[in-house]
Write a protein that binds this ligand. Sequence first.
Ligand code: B16
Ligand code: MG
Length: 214
Amino acid sequence: MDKKYKGIIFDLDGVICFTDHYHYLAWKAIADKKGIYFDEVINNRLRGVSRMESLEIILERCDETLTQDEKNALAEEKNGIYKELLKNMGPSDLSAEVKDTLDALRARGLKLAIGSSSKNTQFILERIGLKGYFDAVSDGNNITNSKPDPEVFLKAAQFIHEEPEDCLVIEDAYAGIDAACAGGFDSAAIGDASAYEKSTYRLNSFSDLLAICK
Ligand code: B16
Ligand code: MG
């Protein structure tokens, strides 16, 4: 395939950096407090899923019926624990491979954007030294429908003034690849989703992008 892309939209967690273990620890603290069974396998189902939807998945194993206020309080408590844990992150959590690849793609004239479900995107970008780096950031704060709805990627494409067919989405979550397809984007899958046949490309490593976006 020899398509010339104008923009690349990167998912954040699982693509640019890895915060899933911190999500796990924070949700585990909440689950333990409520006496709900939770493990790393269930945590994998939270990949790319919004905070409230993540809570609903965890509550599948809860016998109690919670009110919306109680759910909001739990989600907020989880986020407080998660944000404390994120303070452990720093520039060393951005790999040289990712940074060098981003720089090379930019040097080739591509516009670079973030398309993440996370409401903590700006905080994470700041922690890993990428504050202000991207041409646009579309995240959990500017959407009403989360992946697999394409909204976060459609907004990212709008922010960089490009059409979906001219952009490539990079994702590690099945829900993210589905979102890219639904929005009319080509996609490159990495990590957890790297075997997903709905993706246009499957990456072994982040730098494989250099062979796709020439
Ligand atoms: P927050 P991504 C997603 O980030 C995470 O993969 C997912 O596990 C998390 O629930 C979601 O962000 C919301 O995060 O609680 O920080 O708003 O993969 O879309 O970059
Ligand atoms: Mg992700």
